[in-house]
Each structure stands twice: as structure tokens, then as C-alpha cells.
Ligand binder design. Structure first.
Ligand SMILES: [Fe+2]
Ligand SMILES: [Fe+2]
Length: 162
């Protein structure tokens, strides 16, 4: 779509993250099936639920604009998830795969973080306060998730990889 106004741009980005959150839910379910590390498994399972809440909030954002939710294909997230699929096909569950799972989750959360940061800014700029609040809630939760993942990476047992 050709975006002529800040509102068009905002809608484009909103539809992109709405698509991405659905794609992420599917992939997190696949990751949860084969992850072995208990802490990471628990994280992924709770993040699937949280992502459901993010989707609900996005539906509410569309509603504040008087619109039904729409999607815009998000090739950024699709690419990250396609890389994960390929790696998962070539590797058995275990320490190496788990580290790759962790890194993939950090990449997708960082993508989400950037998307939500700009969506909050665009909503605020347009005076869409309710939408900004909803989007900020998603941003804050994904930031917390990223903090947890970064902590797991900091304390990673790198010896398990060799
Ligand atoms: Fe999210
Ligand atoms: Fe997330």
C-alpha cells in the first residue's frame, strides 16, 4: 500500500505487527515442542499466552480507529522464523538447538520492541492516546521478555555447547 499520511504509515505498521504476532505464536508453539532447557521452555510457554494478549490489544487498537483488524505480510519476521525452521530441520533437540532457540527469541523480541517503539511514537504524535497506551503495554511486556532472555544468555552454560 502507498502511505501518504502519518495515519497510513501507522496503519501499515500496525497491520505488520498484527501479522507478525500471529506468525510468532505459531513458531513459539513449534519451539516449545522441541526445547529441552526447562527455564527456556517455561519462558516460551508463558510467552505464547502473553502473545495472545498482545494480539487482543492490537484488535482493541484497530477498534479505537473504528476498523476491523487487517494484516500486512511481515517479511522481516517471516525471514527470522524461516531461518529458525531451516536450522530446526537440520539439528536435533539438545544444547546447540536450545542456544539457537534462545538467540532466535532474542532476535524476534528485538524486532517487536522496535516495531512497538515506533508505533507508540506514531500514536502519540496523532493524539491517539488510547491506542498509545495499548501499544505501550505490549512494548513494556516484550521489553521485560527481552530482559529475561538477555539474562539467560548472560548466565548461559557455554561449556554445554562444546
Ligand atoms: Fe508481542
Ligand atoms: Fe514477544
Amino acid at each position: 500500500m502507498s502511505a501518504q499520511t502519518i495515519e497510513d504509515l501507522f496503519e501499515h505498521e500496525l497491520e505488520d505487527i498484527y501479522f507478525a504476532e500471529h506468525e510468532l505464536t505459531e513458531s513459539y508453539e513449534r519451539i516449545a515442542e522441541q526445547v529441552e532447557d526447562e527455564e527456556l521452555k517455561e519462558f516460551v510457554e508463558s510467552h505464547i499466552e502473553e502473545t495472545g494478549t498482545h494480539i487482543e490489544r492490537l484488535v482493541d487498537v484497530f477498534e479505537t480507529m473504528g476498523e476491523a483488524p487487517q494484516t500486512e505480510e511481515c517479511e522481516g519476521i517471516e525471514g527470522l522464523l524461516a531461518e529458525w525452521e531451516e536450522f530446526a530441520e537440520e539439528n536435533e533437540p539438545g544444547p546447540i538447538m536450545d542456544y539457537y532457540n534462545l538467540v532466535t527469541l532474542m532476535k524476534t523480541e528485538r524486532y517487536e520492541q522496535s516495531a512497538y517503539e515506533s508505533l507508540v511514537a506514531l500514536a502519540e504524535q496523532q493524539g491517539k492516546d488510547e491506542a498509545a497506551d495499548l501499544l505501550r503495554s505490549n512494548l513494556e511486556e516484550d521489553e521485560e521478555s527481552l530482559d529475561r532472555l538477555a539474562e539467560m544468555a548472560d548466565n548461559y552454560d557455554y561449556d554445554s555447547l562444546s
